[in-house]
Ligand binder design. Sequence first.
Ligand code: NDP
Length: 252
Amino acid sequence: MKLKDQGALVTGGSRGIGRAIVKALAAEGAKVAFVYKGSQQAAESLAAEVAELGGVALALQADVASLEEAQKCAERAEKEFGRIDILVNNAGIIRDDLFVRLEPEAWHSVLQTNLGGTYNFCRALAYTFMKQRRGRIINISSIAADHANPGQCNYAASKGAINSLTRALAVELASRGVTVNAVAPGFIETDMSEAVRNKAGDLIKKMIPMRRLGQPEDIARMVVFLAGPDSSYITGQVMVVDGGLGLGAAPV
Ligand code: NDP
């Protein structure tokens, strides 16, 4: 077990990619606190599932867009586990629309949740990580940061900013034994991508050189790598996990 007895905090753990990350970290021995916003039942079932397998998972209800709530989550997780070594900023939303129709509310809610949530949890734990001279921060970005899609100005802006934040924070924390990296998923089969999958049908698989959609576990494996000892000399990087989608090959 590569993460035995380490404390981890994962945002957006109740569903999709975050859920797989919680399970994968727990399977490697980490004690995992995870944040959810509205999916209480899913959160409770995840905590029970992890416990059944002999792991530790603590569900915390909060809105990542609030710094105060982020600080409370960090305090609670630290109190529960003694220390936190790993932070995964995964919670995210989409509110797609063409820019000329994009309402301020859709712009602000995506920026506040995706980018603001990442800032809030980094802010809540960065000083602790510096003091303990140990910590791993892993931000979930998207290939949408670098590959433009119509209707995603708000989402792309939030993910591009997360990549920039990742690099800048990595430079500040590197000498204190803290690494900061991002993971940029391609098309992953979750609730978030359902509408696009339904609309695009088979075309999506034709655009992906590996000819399959990604699964949440594909992302969770990269997160475990970045959280574990094998990545100790990697910081400030955006690791793309997309089956080759971002290579831009013509669909066949
Ligand atoms: P889902 O919609 O399946 O799950 C989102 C998770 O985030 C849920 O657990 C949800 O909790 C939580 N969440 C959303 N808003 C908040 C909030 N304000 N406060 C706390 N928790 C919140 O999304 P995915 O699993 O697909 O996406 C996870 C991450 O991966 C996101 O950052 C997304 O941008 C990124 N990503 C996803 C891709 C994909 O194809 N699916 C591709 C590229 C990147 P609850 O249900 O309790 O509200």
